[in-house]
Design a protein around this ligand. Structure first.
Ligand SMILES: C[S@@+](CC[C@H](N)C(=O)[O-])C[C@H]1O[C@@H](n2cnc3c(N)ncnc32)[C@H](O)[C@@H]1O
Length: 417
């Protein structure tokens, strides 16, 4: 597993990239696991981004994208995303040494990091649906000295090697559902780490298998290119103003022109009147808001905006890439920009249309309830699609094609995970 002798210039870029990753983690109040940091310092990323200058190979973002129209369908994933997901995996399994791992979505870079992490007694298999990607992965892995990774070209919706099971399946492409092949290929107690879209929002979940079910042990905010093949579900948007979009989930329909009209009516702002410290994880709040009971005609959607639309004041979301929003025939409400006082912040909602103040008021009531509950993180349960209602834990149920997803905000009791 030698990576050969790399130039000091490569090492300088690599250490700078990892130093930045460590600093970013520290700013979020965590630190990477030492073995993940060591693997990132060991693997020369430029060998997986052939043709790119070192500066670009070591940018802390996805590179070498393959596009279909405007949409990226393949990339060498951003190091900070990979580092965080490997950390989730290693935490959930208490280390990866000696583990058998399946990576879904290839390229070679993450497979090399995994190869470093599992050590000589572990095994890494990586699968990609695109033969161009697997060909590139094979040659890049060989160039980097990791020719003991098994590379398979297939749609990972289906089992890769039906007789084999893995301690870890790590998915590096955005999923909408969890096909049976993934839990079926896990050992009991094994872990699935995957970017999964629920209510239009993607989180990297680490899910542990127990008796045919999966239960989450951690989750992080993330973004990935979308799954292709039999499990593909495109992300749909309704454009409601220049640079303002509503992200819709499967089966949702929105009259974009009617909502566009709403944005031209006066904005009502309501504050929750809470005082939170800077590191509060608002991605947890966003899933809480997504799962609150709704009025009959109310839909949950996700609002996203281009920078120009925010600068122009067309919308004032807390985070322009995705904030929770609710929509009724004549009212749009969303989570608005934070109000800071002395390094603490308040949460707010704003709304347009008939009954705007009441709609924003309902949203901030839910925000207060989350704060009063101690800002709990979500827990995700994944059950087979045929599970009867009586066997489903209490929580918000999302029925997908292959699975019933249940989001709760109650930690699993000790010993059950
Ligand atoms: C973000 S890239 C993977 C990055 C890679 N893990 C790395 O080390 O940088 C996502 C990959 O998932 C692949 N993919 C998409 N749908 C798939 C499917 N159904 N089965 C297997 N691979 C798939 C794409 O072809 C793409 O190459």
């Amino acid at each position: 597993m030698s990576v050969g002798t790399m130039s000091s210039e490569s090492e300088r870029f690599r250490h700078a990239m990892v130093d930045q990753f460590v600093a970013d983690q520290a700013a979020e109040g965590c630190s990477p696991r030492p073995e993940v940091e060591a693997a990132m310092r060991a693997v020369p990323r430029e060998l997986f981004t052939p043709g790119l200058p070192l500066e670009q190979a070591y940018e802390n973002e996805a590179v070498l994208k393959k596009m279909r129209g405007d949409e990226a369908i393949s990339s060498v994933s951003a190091p900070f995303l990979i580092g965080r997901m490997l950390g989730q995996a290693a935490d959930a399994l208490d280390g990866l040494d000696g583990r058998h791992v399946l990576e879904i979505g290839s390229g070679g870079y993450n497979a090399s990091l995994l190869r470093e992490l599992v050590g000589p007694s572990g095994l890494v298999t990586t699968v990609d649906i695109d033969p161009e990607v697997t060909d590139r992965a094979v040659s890049c892995l060989a160039a980097a000295g990791y020719d003991d990774v098994t590379v398979v070209c297939a749609d990972a919706e289906h089992p890769i090697a039906p007789s084999r099971s893995f301690d870890l399946i790590i998915v590096t492409v955005g999923a909408w559902d969890i096909p049976p092949a993934w839990p079926d290929q896990l050992t009991d107690g094994g872990v699935l780490v995957l970017p999964l879209r629920t209510f239009g929002m993607t989180r990297s979940w680490a899910l542990r298998r127990r008796e045919g079910r999966l239960v989450s042990v951690s989750q992080r905010l993330c973004g990935f290119v979308s799954m292709q093949g039999a499990g593909a579900r495109e992300v749909r948007y309704a454009d409601i103003a220049d640079g303002v979009h509503l992200r819709l989930d499967e089966g949702q329909h929105v009259d974009a022109a009617a909502v566009a009209g709403l944005l031209t009516t006066p904005r009502e702002q309501v504050w929750a009147g809470v005082s939170l410290p800077p590191r509060t994880d608002l991605s947890d709040l966003d899933l809480w808001l997504a799962t609150r009971p709704r009025r009959e005609a109310e839909q949950f959607v996700v609002l996203a905006a281009q920078e120009e639309a925010v600068t122009a004041g067309v919308v004032t979301p807390s985070w322009r890439f995705a904030v929770p929003a609710t929509l009724e025939a004549s009212t749009l409400a969303y989570r608005s920009a934070l109000r800071w006082t002395d390094r603490r912040f308040d949460l707010g909602a704003c709304a347009h249309g008939t009954g705007a103040a009441a709609a924003a008021g309902r949203m901030v009531e839910h925000m207060r309830a989350w704060v009063d509950a101690g800002c709990p993180p979500p827990v995700l349960h994944v059950l087979p699609a045929h599970t009867p209602d009586g066997d489903v834990p209490e929580g918000a149920v999302l029925d997908k094609r292959h699975s019933r997803l249940v989001l709760t905000f109650t930690p699993e009791e000790k010993g059950t995970t």
